[in-house]
Design a protein around this ligand. Structure first.
Ligand SMILES: NC(=O)c1ccc[n+]([C@@H]2O[C@H](COP(=O)([O-])OP(=O)(O)OC[C@H]3O[C@@H](n4cnc5c(N)ncnc54)[C@H](OP(=O)(O)O)[C@@H]3O)[C@@H](O)[C@H]2O)c1
Length: 183
């Protein structure tokens, strides 16, 4: 259970983003209208480079990072307010042009490229605002303790970005300050 769960007015609805039934049950338990959806959960998968890359790991990472948020989006559609924002926390690692880290996380990079493409597709298909956001390098389990930015600070920037007056266009892929990232 995350730190938000203890706050007043916050309802904690656990679900498994790799499990279609769990996703549908979680969505059904929510009461609309929902103004903001932020798809944050993801896994890194194997980080050993081409030497340890496997189809099974890729399948699991794609299931959790790509299929899960797409299915949850579909389940939430009847509960969204007409001008709702759907934000996918993506990564610069998914950018063909800018994702040049030396890390050996093939499955993760592929999954974030797919997330970015899904955001562009959803922006074409849905009336809602759909955006992809790179949060920065954050000191979480995934980012590691040497990361320069805290989760609280990163979350605050993303909330400001999504609720601020300078509305991001649907289909945008940007960092947490709203600066565009090339796909
Ligand atoms: N940290 C960074 O530097 C960085 C950089 C670029 C992008 N991002 C992106 O930022 C987002 C958050 O990453 P993070 O750094 O917070 O990663 P993290 O520390 O590894 O946390 C991942 C979160 O995803 C949840 N999760 C994993 N598998 C799940 C599943 N099957 N069902 C439901 N929830 C699941 C985990 O829940 P449990 O704790 O219950 O397992 C955890 O809350 C991700 O989309 C990541 O790709 C992070």
């Amino acid at each position: 259970m995350g730190p938000l769960a203890g706050l007043p007015g916050v309802t904690h609805v656990p679900f498994d983003q790799s499990d279609t039934a769990s996703i549908a049950a979680a969505a059904r338990s929510l009461v609309g209208p929902i103004d903001h959806v932020i798809h944050n959960a993801a896994v890194r998968g194997d980080t050993g480079g081409l030497a340890t890359f496997s189809a099974a790991d890729l399948a699991q990472v794609m299931q959790i990072n790509v299929a899960g948020p797409l299915l949850l989006t579909r389940e939430l559609l009847p509960r969204l307010s007409p001008n709702a924002t759907i934000a996918f926390i993506s990564s610069r690692a998914g950018s063909f042009a800018e994702g040049h880290d030396p890390d050996g996380d093939y499955a993760y990079c592929l999954s974030k490229s797919a997330v970015n493409r899904a955001v562009a597709k959803l922006a074409d298909d849905l009336p809602h605002r759909v955006v992809a956001i790179h949060p920065g390098w954050i000191s979480t389990d995934m980012g590691g303790p040497e990361a320069p930015d805290s989760p609280d600070h990163a979350a605050g920037r993303i909330i400001d970005l999504l609720s601020g007056p300078d509305r991001l266009a649907s289909g945008s892929f940007c960092d947490a300050c709203g600066r565009p990232i090339r796909p």
